[in-house]
Design a binder for this molecule. Structure first.
Ligand code: GRF
Length: 200
């Protein structure tokens, strides 16, 4: 399967996918990596592998719609089977999603529906939950509200900081992402109401 991965930061989730794709049996290849900003490690990780990259900065466009259309065109140009949002810190529009029907997935560092948005680990820590984790879902136009594909649970330790907790989540997140993107790539998937089935 042809993957386009969108990042906004360090790209450790991207790196895990890149490493998995080294094995032909994994069944996927990252054909491009896109970002909403320049000079991030996520782009460097792709460049080191000779994978095409592109940057679509909101500030370079006259409007959010123009940015969204430019992003959609850039991603579509690589003819992805699956678009993976891995730490991509922008909301994509219904128009973007319509270009890749049920083929955009996102990983979120909390157990949806708890703690949506950009501060999942901090919100979990502040709330005082004893377990949290990460969620892989098919993106819909809401904020972290799509159909859940997989979740992974991690404990919250008494002495956790946001950073130590998020690092623990990211360990589980990389495994969840690699395992499920691989299965989707090899077996296909279908979405039936709120349920995602792997294997066509
Ligand atoms: C991941 O935990 C992702 O879920 C969240 O931000 C982190 C990105 O990490 N949105 P990286 O860029 O993959 O290292």
């Amino acid at each position: 399967a042809r993957l386009v991965v969108l990042v906004s930061g360090s790209g450790t989730n991207l790196q895990a996918i890149l490493d998995a794709c080294e094995d032909p049996a994994y069944g996927a290849q990252v054909v491009a990596v896109g970002a909403d900003r320049h000079d991030i490690e996520g782009l460097a990780r792709a460049e080191r592998k000779g994978i095409p990259t592109f940057v679509k900065r909101l500030g370079d466009h006259d409007s959010r719609d123009a940015w969204d259309r430019a992003l959609t065109r850039a991603v579509a140009g690589f003819e992805p089977d699956l678009v993976v949002l891995a730490g991509f810190m922008k909301l994509v529009s219904a128009e973007f999603l319509a270009a890749f029907p049920q083929a955009v997935v996102n990983t979120h560092p909390a157990l949806s529906p708890s703690f949506p948005g950009t501060k999942g680990p901090a919100d979990a820590l502040a709330y005082g939950v004893k377990v949290t984790g990460c969620t892989l879902f098919v993106v819909d136009p809401g904020v972290d509200t799509g159909q859940i594909i997989a979740q992974s649970v991690v404990p919250v330790e008494d002495d956790d900081t946001v950073e130590t907790l998020h690092e623990r989540i990211k360990v589980a997140e990389r495994v969840m992402l690699v395992d499920n993107v691989g299965r989707m790539s090899r077996e296909g998937w279908s979405v039936d109401g709120r349920r995602v089935r792997l294997g066509i």
